[in-house]
Write a protein that binds this ligand. Sequence first.
Ligand SMILES: NC(=O)c1ccc[n+]([C@@H]2O[C@H](COP(=O)([O-])OP(=O)(O)OC[C@H]3O[C@@H](n4cnc5c(N)ncnc54)[C@H](OP(=O)(O)O)[C@@H]3O)[C@@H](O)[C@H]2O)c1
Length: 345
Amino acid sequence: MTRVGVVGATGYAGAELVRILSAHPGVKLTVLTSRRHIGERFDTIYPALAGRVDLICEKYDADSLSDATDLVFTALPHQLPMEIVPALLKRGNKVVDLSADFRFRDPDSYEKHYQPHTARGLLQQAVYGLSEVYFDDIQGADLVGNPGCYPTSALLPLIPLVKKDLLDPATLIVDAKSGVSGAGRSPSVTTLYSEVSESFKPYKVAAHRHNPEMDEVLSREAGTRVQTTFVPHLVPMSRGMQTTIYAGCTTTNRREDFHDCLQSFYNGKAFIRIRKDGSPPDTLHVRGTNYCDIGIQVDKPSNRLILMSAIDNLVKGAAGQAVQNMNIMLGLDETTGLTQMPYPL
Ligand SMILES: NC(=O)c1ccc[n+]([C@@H]2O[C@H](COP(=O)([O-])OP(=O)(O)OC[C@H]3O[C@@H](n4cnc5c(N)ncnc54)[C@H](OP(=O)(O)O)[C@@H]3O)[C@@H](O)[C@H]2O)c1
């Protein structure tokens, strides 16, 4: 059985990986690493997993991690994975990185929005892990850069329509809302209960690092430079992401045409649920699941398409998609370990 490890297991994305992987029938979770919780049982940090996970957090060490695993998830803040991933690959591990370090193909774009890249050579080798779109490339990959949560929620509804020229790429507005867990577990004033509980606000307006990530992918798919206007918002819930996209129509403004395009692109893809009746998706319906629910409406007077998507930022937006990518890399059914029944309420 394939042995897997999680580096940065104590963060929100890492803990979600532990939740999913510990119940995965096709792999064995063997190593969890932490910086601040070395020697502590994982279930003392996340008591919800008591009786289900008996691993102890270890200090990161490339040799012992590599000896005990075949595939590693890196769930660290950006800049750290680029320092450790080259050594893991050299030791024969496959890697799924959840940070931004291996999402960009253009190193200059990464460096403009993040910091100097110390493993630039790997950017051409890394595959962008938008599972439903890049399945074939992920199959043969040793290194997958798992997409950001906002890009996942925007790219899944947009890519099929951009590829078919059904919307004007110069008109794209992405208006997205995220639960607070998107900011990670490290304490900060902006995520204090008293700052978010009665609040709803945009942040990093037209300046969020996920903007160049989605533009790079959309430009590649559209065959022309795409520059979206992106406004993220913070909403007072712990998990969930709702994204609303506005785009000028081109050859059609019939809702059925957009629906049919998305439906045929995602035919047979278990985690994409497209609402036929035009009703809006809801974060409540995807909570704790790997689904991306998509709704479609057309505002005919303005000739504008309105796409709506809902995901769980920690699952389809992070750990769930990372496990889906692992399944694809290992030749398993891509849904393995990810088919938990959604909560009806
Ligand atoms: N949260 C989301 O919704 C989400 C969605 C998509 C992608 N991601 C990406 O996933 C990655 C992790 O995000 P997160 O939200 O889980 O962050 P987080 O909750 O802040 O967790 C960060 C993890 O990294 C470890 N870490 C931090 N600094 C470290 C250092 N200097 N050396 C070694 N380990 C260090 C922490 O370990 P200790 O605390 O144990 O020391 C912790 O396990 C990020 O790159 C993020 O962009 C997150």
